[in-house]
Design a protein around this ligand. Structure first.
Ligand code: AMP
Length: 284
């Protein structure tokens, strides 16, 4: 496995890579969710590349950029073991020169949910992903469904800007109790970790009512709130039943929808999501 740190190095190695290339962009501190993306990328492409970059641009001023967990040696060992061919690990200065002044902004879709809770977050995400796509030029990009709005925002950017790559969504990998794997789970104290499974239970409550035929979105939101309210350590940021494409809040579910939520447990903010009425696979 090659570890590259500069853009000229990436371009040189990329020019030699014949056939299809799948890219897995990450912020590192890898877990089994990231590794599912790697497996999907490796299985469907001639080359599997990954990036590790904790992108300051997508963190708010009072967010956890400085404390975000990092362990590059372990990440590299895990990527190597999983059969990744190349890992691009840029320094901040490589991605953002001192006079950097160009940004990618996906409108409307980013006004809601995470975009409303974290102003500027998606501008940071789309800007860095656009740069990584321009640098690596992958045929396919592998993204997790857990970050449901991020997946839709990046898909929209790729479509609107005609970026020649295909976005491949990957199912959310969960702990046995349902908690979605996340690098931020390490922040949770033992009692908080135990409480955190209620996020999945809330999504399941919505999913079960939907499967039983309930189409009133407010009833599903109320069901999610009721489950979350059972856990005193959890404070709800938002609960949403939105149109799967526009992410607008729904009154009645008539097309595929997205159940999503964000909650704080202690100082840790976690998000999760589940699709309702998706046709291509069984429910998560
Ligand atoms: P991150 O390092 O948190 O920025 O995540 C990098 C990629 O891994 C994103 O596409 C995430 O959606 C994806 N990802 C994170 N957690 C999971 C998970 N539990 N299951 C599947 N994919 C995930």
């Amino acid at each position: 496995m090659q570890v590259l740190r500069t853009i000229p190095d990436v371009r040189a190695v990329r020019a030699q890579a014949q056939g299809s290339l799948g890219l897995v962009p990450t912020m590192g501190y890898l877990h089994a969710g990231h590794m599912a993306l790697v497996r999907a990328a490796r299985d469907a492409n001639d080359h599997c590349w990954a990036t590790v970059f904790v992108n300051s641009l997508q963190f708010g001023q009072n967010e956890d950029f400085n404390t975000y967990p990092r362990d590059l040696p372990r990440d590299l060992a895990l990527f190597e073991e999983a059969g990744v061919d190349v890992v691009f690990v840029p320094e901040a200065e490589t991605m953002y020169t001192a006079d950097f002044s160009t940004y990618v902004d996906v409108e409307k879709l980013t006004d809601r949910l995470e975009g409303a809770a974290r102003p500027g977050h998606f501008r940071g995400v789309t800007t860095v992903v656009c740069k990584l796509l321009n640098i690596v030029q992958p045929h396919r990009v592998y993204l997790g469904r857990k970050d449901a709005q991020q997946l839709r925002v990046i898909r929209r950017m790729v479509r609107d800007l005609n970026i020649p790559t295909t976005i491949v969504p990957v199912e959310t990998v969960r702990e046995p109790d349902g908690l979605a794997l996340s690098s931020r789970n390490v922040y949770l104290k033992p009692d908080e970790r135990q409480a955190a499974s209620v996020l999945y239970q809330a999504l399941q409550a919505a999913q079960q009512r939907f499967a039983a035929g309930e189409r009133n979105a407010e009833t599903l939101r109320a069901a999610m709130h009721a489950v979350l309210a059972q856990e005193p350590l959890v404070s709800v940021d938002y609960v949403s039943i939105a149109d799967d494409e526009s992410l607008k809040e729904l009154t009645t579910i008539e097309r595929p929808a997205l159940a999503s939520l964000a909650a704080r447990i202690g100082t840790t903010r976690l998000i999760d999501a589940m699709e309702l009425g998706r046709e291509d696979t069984t429910p998560e």
